[in-house]
Design a protein around this ligand. Structure first.
Ligand code: NAP
Ligand code: MG
Length: 407
């Protein structure tokens, strides 16, 4: 066996829940540990461990990413009332992704993994559409309240300098209702714009940005103004030289245009819009399991993960001893993305090369006809196509990887 590749700086690893936790372990054992001598800074974000630590482990993991620069995260349960009962939790802890994103103040970029035997559902799409999702604000950092009965909702804003509070009547409730208050911070929106322009310039792709600015005259229009201004003063010339464009359009118009486009752009979206649209793009390009995700922070920190959740239904089958065919592609790409970035930052080209080979082995396995159930129904029909179970899929990739590395 050849010497293992050394990963110099500690990699921040965040373990997760359910089926993805099961696959995570297999990916490490079969695809990484045989080839890499990794220095791991491990955080167990299993929902029970988050509960035991009063969610301190999530904060510690985010701090570790701030310290070392690169984190790789497994999917995690965001507890709701059902989960609180299921795992006997103290409370419905916040989404770990929300907590980490807020601490890193970054932008999430999601790009589908394309394989040559699966055609996107939208026939005009020839190139991957990358989604740039703002990682702060909207419903993820909101305030919500039940209104028990008739009454007034007022907002009080107290400027720090003058201390003079100002009351604004928001709604005179005639009867019971519900309330949601969203906010955002200009600096975060600016970082979002900068991350998008930086990413697009690096990849040499156009930027489309869309919000509901016709209806939301302050919140959504605020996003537009910050983007337009930042582009005008810092990016216009660079984009022109690179032969790429930035344009803003109303989100309804953007949705309509995307469906008729060739793809190949970065579509920048607010937090909630990006959450929803990335699932649409993922499923149109294959499966949720074929979507990569990276959080890029303006401070130079990166967090890689799969865009999908913990694949709960498959996990329950797995617990009952039934066979599952869960797809580990996005988890593998989370690792390859993190390893590549670590290699770039540490100046270890052999690690960058390994990350590339790992991705090639994964896509070549699917293109060769060995795939999980979610892909089998989408792939070009061929008699040589073979559906395999969760573990056998990873084994097949391991075999391809081993061959590639020893050829
Ligand atoms: P999900 O885990 O994304 O799964 C939804 C469905 O998509 C699955 O039932 C499966 O469809 C398909 N799917 C997703 N990933 C797959 C994979 N790797 N291989 C094969 N099929 C895959 O969403 P969910 O079941 O709604 O959520 C489960 C938990 O995940 C929730 O507790 C939620 O809080 C959490 N979540 C976490 C993250 C994150 O950490 N980034 C993101 C989203 C959700 P079939 O059942 O039809 O096969
Ligand atoms: Mg989503």
């Amino acid at each position: 066996m050849a010497k293992k590749i050394k990963v110099k700086t500690p990699l921040v690893e965040m373990d997760g829940d359910e089926m993805t936790r099961v696959m995570w372990q297999m990916v490490k054992e079969k695809l990484l540990l045989p080839y890499l001598d990794m220095n791991i800074d491990y955080y167990d974000l299993h929902v029970k461990h988050r509960d035991d630590t009063d969610d301190q482990v999530t904060v510690d993991a985010a701090r570790a990413i701030q310290k070392y620069g690169v984190g790789i995260k497994c999917a995690t349960i965001t507890p709701n009332e059902d989960r609180v009962r299921e795992y006997k939790l103290k409370k419905a802890w916040k989404s770990p992704n929300g907590t980490i994103r807020a601490m890193l103040d970054g932008t999430v970029f999601r790009k589908p993994i394309l394989v040559n035997n699966i055609k996107p559902a939208v026939s005009s799409w020839k190139k991957p559409i990358t989604i740039g999702r703002h990682a702060y604000g909207d419903v993820y950092n909101n305030f919500e309240m039940n209104v028990p009965a008739a009454g007034k909702l007022e907002i009080v804003f107290t400027p720090k300098d003058t201390g003079k509070a100002k009351n604004t009547l928001v709604k005179d409730f005639p009867s019971a209702g519900i309330i949601q208050v969203n906010h955002n911070i200009n600096q975060s929106i600016l970082s979002f714009a900068q991350a998008c322009f930086t990413y697009a310039l690096g990849e040499k792709i156009d930027v489309w940005f869309s919000t509901k600015d016709t209806i939301s005259k302050i919140y959504d229009t605020g996003f537009r103004e910050i983007f337009d201004h930042e582009f005008e003063i810092n990016w216009k010339e660079k984009f022109k030289k690179a032969g790429i464009e930035y344009f803003f359009t109303l989100i309804d118009d953007a949705v309509a245009r995307i469906m008729k486009s060739e793809g190949g752009m970065l579509w920048a979206l607010k937090n909630y819009d990006g959450d929803v649209m990335s699932d649409m793009i993922a499923s149109a390009c294959g499966s949720l399991a074929m979507m990569t995700s990276v959080l890029v922070s303006p401070h130079g920190w990166f967090e890689f993960e799969a865009a999908h959740g913990t694949v709960q239904k498959h996990y329950y089958k797995h617990l009952k001893g039934e066979e599952t065919s869960s797809n580990s592609m996005a988890l593998i790409f989370a690792w390859s993305g993190g390893l590549r970035k670590r290699g770039e930052l540490d100046g270890t080209p052999e690690l960058v090369k390994f990350a590339h080979m790992l991705e090639e082995a994964a896509t070549a396995t699917v293109e060769g006809g060995t795939m999980t159930g979610d892909l089998l129904v989408l792939a070009d029909k061929k008699s040589s196509n073979k559906k395999v179970n969760t573990e056998k899929f990873i084994d097949a990739i391991a075999k391809t990887l081993h061959k590639k590395l020893h050829d």
